[in-house]
Design a protein around this ligand. Sequence first.
Ligand SMILES: [Mg+2]
Ligand SMILES: [Zn+2]
Length: 272
Amino acid sequence: MAGIVVVFDFDKTIIDVDSDNWVVDELGVTDLFNQLLPTMPWNSLMDRMMKELHARGETIEEMEEVLKRVPVHPRIVQAIKSAHALGCDLRVVSDANVFFIETILKHLGIRDCFSEINTNPCYVDEEGRLHILPYVDFETSPHGCNLCPPNMCKSMIIERIQATMAKEGKKRMIYLGDGIGDFCPSLKLGEGDFVMPRKDYPAWNLMNENRTLLKAAVHEWTDGEELEHILLQLINTITVEESQMLSVECKFQTMSKAAHEALRPRALPVPY
Ligand SMILES: [Mg+2]
Ligand SMILES: [Zn+2]
């Protein structure tokens, strides 16, 4: 156990598209979505779209079927299974919602690889309509970060995870993401951590423009194969480093014990 926490963004990181756009496009409400987008925050708009879909007679089951068809690179599923098998603590931090993420991860058979899903909550009401709520109630308690959308600043979540890591004896974090919202939390990573932005996506662009602000080492990836290769390589590097550090500590302890023994005044053998 290397004590590694791996944090995954969801949209365009675990899955190849944006789950919100996927559902909106597949269920034929793209025009209304585009028309309303300038008038309200994305998260509120998604809730509005759920209301629209319900009014048009779309059921939760139909939405589940659409979500199960979402494009996913098979090597990413394998990378997640491997990282979990190697003892890493995997978590999702996403601006999608619990229903979309849980449905897709369960369908892919990898829900149980994750110890935590941090995202916008939702519930299905008695009429079978899905309600999507903001992760942060921006009316009563705004997060105050002007880099991030009003409903979620991923840095808040990363800082909470970092606070618990120390207590659980976990030391290193690897963060994977693609979007503008993944830049803010990347700034919270420390030396010894790694950030894996998807190449040519907004987070990658922002990191390139602001290299000096980042303490973590940056390793870009383009597709599922590269993600798998780099992630497993980083996990291996950390594991080797941590075990070397552990063996140095052990040697040091053994040495100091030997030195201590050598200096200890010997008791004279007492003849019977
Ligand atoms: Mg994303
Ligand atoms: Zn932020």
